[in-house]
Design a protein around this ligand. Structure first.
Ligand SMILES: Cc1ncc(COP(=O)(O)O)c(C=O)c1O
Length: 342
């Protein structure tokens, strides 16, 4: 038995999802007549408190659609220097939308209103690009799965809106944020004009993300989806799993958070490993390997049936998810202890 903590994207669809996927009514979504996709888009929009949403293949496409909807070629968006849109989306904003990202270094993924204001370009200087939008990420992946306090999110968003910017939220794991905060997901989403969230991570679906916002933004997003080649046909097969996920997989994220906490505390006690426990607020656990390389540690774990990701020279990431029990966490800790003492 392998304990796979590489990512929450390794989750398998539940039996209920598999059943729904085989029985869902289908149509051609490019004609707009797949009833299951239409239903998912309605349910997702209502849950996030937005007017509309559009079903997309991935979170990466959701962020790219957000860039393209909010900014024109030659304009700039502001994002955290460690954000997914800046680091890990193959420069799609530049390559496809012609939009530059202005990276802002933050303490732990939370950008202050002053930082937002300082990053906005003066509108009367022809040397600089116009700033179109602020991109936020919640939970923030590379900063450790940290959750924006609602007040901080509100303040950053208000600062951006005060400067005439639009706000997009990369909410790949927005449901982890809402569960951790104990607030409705719509309260988190309300701080942004558009939100992308993923079904394919902690919610356990095989694929799919939703881009949510005003009817106008979503209509533009639908055109971008077509342009990017992401409009598909009987995608109700995937949307069916999404409907089950929104019904059954959200509240249980608290279990993943508790498992991550136990794991992080256990790792931090092992000699040679250290974890900033203040950042372990959801299902991601980043920790440092003091002696030797993270790749070597990862390899030692792999040979003993535990999978993780070395994210840089000395840092490893473990992610808890639906396929991981509290017994797996104890086994994972026992393996890590063996690896550090080997
Ligand atoms: C914060 C964040 N945003 C966006 C994405 C992109 O999602 P996808 O893998 O569906 O393209 C990820 C994926 O890991 C992510 O962690």
């Amino acid at each position: 038995m392998v304990i796979d903590l590489r990512s929450d994207t390794v989750t398998q669809p539940t039996p209920e999802m598999r059943h729904a996927m085989t029985t869902a009514p289908l149509g051609d979504d490019v004609f707009g007549d797949d009833p299951t996709v239409n239903r998912l888009e309605e349910v997702a929009a209502a849950r996030l408190g937005k007017e509309a949403s559009v079903f997309l293949p991935s979170g990466t496409m959701g962020n790219l659609v957000g860039v393209a909807v909010h900014a024109r070629s030659g304009e700039e968006i502001i994002a955290d220097a460690e954000s997914h849109v800046f680091l890990y989306e193959a420069a799609g904003s530049a390559a496809v939308a012609g939009v530059q990202i202005r990276p802002v270094t933050t303490q732990a993924g939370v950008m202050s209103p002053e930082q937002v204001e300082a990053a906005v370009r003066p509108r009367d200087d022809p040397h600089v690009p116009l700033t179109a939008a602020l991109f936020l990420e919640n939970t923030h992946n590379v900063h450790g799965g940290v959750v924006w306090p609602l007040d901080a999110l509100r303040a950053a968003s208000a600062a951006a809106r005060g400067q005439g910017l639009r706000v997009h939220l990369d909410g790949a794991r927005i449901f982890n944020a809402s569960v951790a905060l104990g607030v409705a997901v719509a309260d988190v989403a309300a701080q942004a004009d558009t939100v992308t969230f993923c079904l394919s991570k902690g919610l356990g679906c095989p694929a799919g993300s939703l881009f949510c916002g005003s009817r106008e933004a979503v209509d533009q997003g639908r055109r971008w989806r077509k342009r990017l080649g992401g409009a598909m046909r009987q995608t109700g097969v995937l949307a069916a799993a999404g409907l089950i996920a929104l019904d059954t997989m959200v509240d249980r994220l608290a279990e993943d958070h508790a498992n991550a906490r136990t794991l992080a505390e256990g790792l931090d006690e092992l000699p040679g490993l250290s974890c900033d426990l203040t950042r372990v607020q959801t299902n991601l656990v980043y920790f440092d390997v003091a002696k030797g390389s993270a790749a070597k540690f990862q390899d030692g774990c792999r040979r003993r049936g535990l999978l993780g990701e070395a994210t840089d020279k000395h840092r490893v990431r473990f992610v808890t998810h639906h396929g991981i029990t509290s017994a797996d966490i104890q086994s994972a800790l026992a393996i890590c202890e063996e690896v550090v003492s080997a």
